[in-house]
Design a protein around this ligand. Structure first.
Ligand code: SF4
Length: 105
């Protein structure tokens, strides 16, 4: 039997679930652009322009690698910026790169 209390409890958890779903959705990823001076960006060697990556520090980097072709990029094809789970709530440049790059399958 559904009592008022269980109904309200279900309603509250439903609202929380919707809030979490909205937070996780790519649409929500339209936040600020990741700054290269952000500590996480520096730790991962993120650059907004893949051609500016430090070759001495990342000898395996190839200028053909960029966020737009990375498995983790959440933007659509043609988007200049998009989300990345490594920078939650922020956007990375489609022409950017970081040391966690994984080529899209
Ligand atoms: Fe770009 Fe991929 Fe690094 Fe995210 S993980 S910043 S999409 S290269």
């Amino acid at each position: 039997m559904t009592t008022r209390r269980t109904f309200l409890r279900g309603g509250v958890s439903g609202v929380v679930a919707i809030a979490i779903a909205r937070y996780d959705s790519p649409a929500h990823a339209q936040g600020a652009k990741v700054s290269e001076t952000d500590p996480q960006a520096q730790a991962l060697g993120y650059r907004q322009d893949t051609t500016k990556v430090d070759k001495a520090k990342y000898p395996n980097h190839d200028a053909a690698q960029k966020c737009a072709t990375c498995q983790l990029f959440q933007g659509k094809a043609g988007d200049a910026w998009g989300g990345c789970p490594l920078f939650a709530g922020k956007q990375v440049s489609a022409n950017g790169w970081c040391s966690s790059y994984v080529k899209k399958a």
